[in-house]
Design a protein around this ligand. Structure first.
Ligand code: CUV
Ligand code: SF4
Length: 630
């Protein structure tokens, strides 16, 4: 095996520059150019001080005009904008979760979707107090999917999954009145609260932001994760590869992009179909290669080992290779730029969801009943497009790294059994992890999550922070585009253990894991919530006492704010490398970075200097350790 070396950000950039040159040959646009046209950004927007929720406005707050026409001050305006931003993210994750519940409702032993993890379904059913004895697994699936869907609109009570949290956390949520009720209710309530003439009190707006976030993390996202596992299998450690070099010159390249695994799973099925492979050969290709971008990539990488071509800011790059026969998308984080860009090449840009329709695309409406036919049609379209490739435009940067992925909560528990030593008799629990943390072999853990953002040199913050943290014996759990940055750099190669401090290196060797564990897509941050909840229980401490922090150094989406809010509201300090649009209000900023600590025992830190951000996290971890006396 060749010698192990991380791929550097400079190498990433070199590849991107070559691809931009490739694009220049056909007049392709790219985000790098559009950023130039959009900067500097509007100050009112950046600071959150523009209000346009009624047509008396828009109102912009300046020293000369400190109040909107209705008399709302800057804190009310910033707070309302922040809550709406959160609600957007919460709605998005939760609606994704809802789609999965609907897919579960379609599960059929002879249909497109099966129950691949019946044990997990039974486990959740028992957790929810549903009778499982003697029940057909598909009947149970349908019953559970209906109950899950009711969580979105039930008139009374709070989210079922909240019971997974430690008692202390549940008490905080009750005491602070932030325990989420029906998932949709929190989104609707957020929109209601921010209507003209409702709330303008920052405390009330931030409180609802936390509740709306919690309805995502411990509601909609958790539905998405849990029932995706039931349908498609709970991830187990699996080998894969990452970066643009996973695309193949002599095969039909199909790129899946978006979030909902219902589509990508089906595409993978048909790309493996002997009939389709034979057809690809007939068309002059050696085979069919599926690779992914963004979270749908994470979903199929975690369960099938499908390679990850790139993360968010690489989505145009896959087309710029000139070797992409089809980029097939479902929902979220898809650049509308892909439409016009695909026209510069032979690439088919295929949209599939009524929720994400875009110009210059081929729209093949995908649904659970016709999923098989839809997927087959898409794969066929890609195969037939192979002959339209222009050889002079094909440029695949030959860069990729090996990665071991698939660290669901369940597989982490199984993996940990390997580090169980003689003093530990609790197998099948997080006890070994707790002991590693308590003894200081591992100093703590950081959840690295979130997107890329042109405001940060792409992937640098993710990769540099991870390198720094693992060198200090801090283990990383990663998801979303952060996980893909790690994989592309090589940090999910088990050999990356050599970059760790002595303690973490030893744990990596004993458990046979990489130092950065891929836990999945953005909705799978719910897996991290389960992990910290169980770790707190086994260590008999509160979540806020754990030497654990969350970090989104390059985030960009509304979803990321919703995530941040539920991570903070769960008692985990959260570090951001990009500013949310709240700097215009000292009160809202003060609440988020400090005030909410009185409610939920955690808060945000915003720091654009990546090195300082890393130092702040390490200091916080050590502070928590000292307070615990470990
Ligand atoms: Ni859902 S939300 S750019 S794909 S992590 Fe990636 Fe992850 Fe952000 Fe989108
Ligand atoms: Fe202006 Fe008030 Fe209307 Fe907002 S709600 S646009 S601040 S008048």
């Amino acid at each position: 095996m060749s010698e192990f070396k991380l791929t550097s950000v400079e190498e990433f950039e070199q590849a991107t520059n070559e691809l931009l040159e490739n694009g220049a040959k056909v007049g392709a646009d790219a985000w790098q150019f559009r950023v130039k046209n959009q900067t500097p950004h509007c100050k009112f927007g950046e600071q959150g001080t523009c209000c346009r929720i009624c047509t008396m406005g828009p109102c912009r707050i300046t020293p000369k005009a400190p109040r909107g026409i209705c008399g709302c001050d800057v804190h009310g305006i910033v707070g309302r904008n922040f809550l709406r931003f959160t609600a957007g993210g919460s709605a998005t994750h939760s609606d994704h979760g809802r789609e999965i519940c609907h897919t579960l409702h379609e599960a059929d032993p002879n249909g497109n979707y099966k129950v691949k993890d019946p044990e997990k379904l039974i486990r959740i059913a028992k957790e929810w107090g549903v009778e499982t004895e003697g029940k057909d697994i598909y009947d149970l699936a349908h019953e559970m999917s209906e109950l899950a869907l009711l969580e979105y609109g039930k008139p009374f009570g709070t989210q079922r999954f909240l019971k997974r949290a430690p008692q202390h956390t549940q008490e905080i949520w009750e005491r602070e009145e932030i325990a989420p009720r029906a998932i949709d209710r929190e989104v609707a309530c957020s929109l209601h609260m921010t209507h003209m003439g409702c709330s303008s009190l920052p405390e009330a707006l931030v409180r609802q932001s936390l509740r709306s976030g919690l309805s995502d993390g411990w509601g909609g996202s958790m539905m998405g994760t849990e029932f995706s596992d039931v349908l498609f299998g709970t991830p187990k450690p699996i080998e894969t590869e990452a970066n643009l070099g996973v695309m193949k010159e002599d095969e039909v390249n199909i790129i899946v992009h978006g979030h909902d695994p219902s589509l990508s799973e089906m595409i993978c099925e048909y790309a493996d179909d002997p009939e389709m492979i034979a057809y690809a050969k007939e068309m002059g290709a050696k085979g069919i290669n599926v690779a992914g971008v963004c979270c749908t990539s994470n979903e199929v990488a975690m369960r099938r080992g499908v390679p990850m071509a790139g993360n968010f800011l690489q989505q145009e790059n896959v087309v710029l290779t000139g070797a992409c026969e089809a980029i097939v998308v479902d929902v979220q984080c898809i650049f509308p730029a892909l439409g016009p860009l695909s026209k510069c090449f032979h690439t088919k840009f295929v949209t599939t969801s009524p929720i994400a329709q875009m110009p210059d695309a081929e729209y093949i409406r995908f649904n659970a009943k016709t999923a098989g036919e839809n997927a087959k049609a898409i794969v066929k379209m890609a195969i037939e497009n192979f002959k339209n490739r222009k050889p002079e435009l094909v440029h695949i940067p030959h860069m990729k790294q090996k990665a071991t992925v698939g660290y669901s909560f369940e597989s982490i528990i199984k993996t940990l059994d390997k580090v169980t030593n003689s003093q530990v008799d609790q197998t099948g629990t997080l006890m070994p992890l707790w002991q590693c943390v308590a003894s200081g072999v591992i100093r703590g853990a950081v959840a690295m999550v979130g997107c890329n953002n042109p405001k940060v040199r792409p992937d640098t913050a993710h990769i540099e922070l991870m390198k720094k943290l693992i060198a200090h014996d801090v283990i990383i759990v990663a998801s979303g585009c952060s996980a893909q940055a790690a994989a592309r750099a090589g940090l999910m190669d088990k050999r990356a253990k050599d970059l760790c401090g002595a303690g973490l290196k030893r744990v990596c060797e004993l458990a046979d894991i990489p130092p950065v564990l891929h836990m999945g897509s953005c909705v799978d941050i719910s897996r991290m919530m389960v992990l910290v909840a169980e770790l707190a229980k086994i260590g008999n401490v509160n979540i806020s006492q754990l030497p654990v922090v969350g970090c989104a150094p390059e985030w960009m989406s509304e979803k990321a704010v919703s995530i941040g809010n539920y991570v903070v509201a769960t008692g985990i300090d959260t570090y951001l490398g990009v500013e949310p649009y709240v700097s215009g209000s000292t009160e809202v900023t003060g609440l988020l970075t400090n005030g909410v600590r009185d409610w939920v025992e955690a808060a945000y830190t915003v720091e654009k200097d990546i090195d300082k951000l890393g130092d702040a996290m390490l200091a916080r971890i050590e502070e928590k350790r000292a307070a615990l006396g470990v």
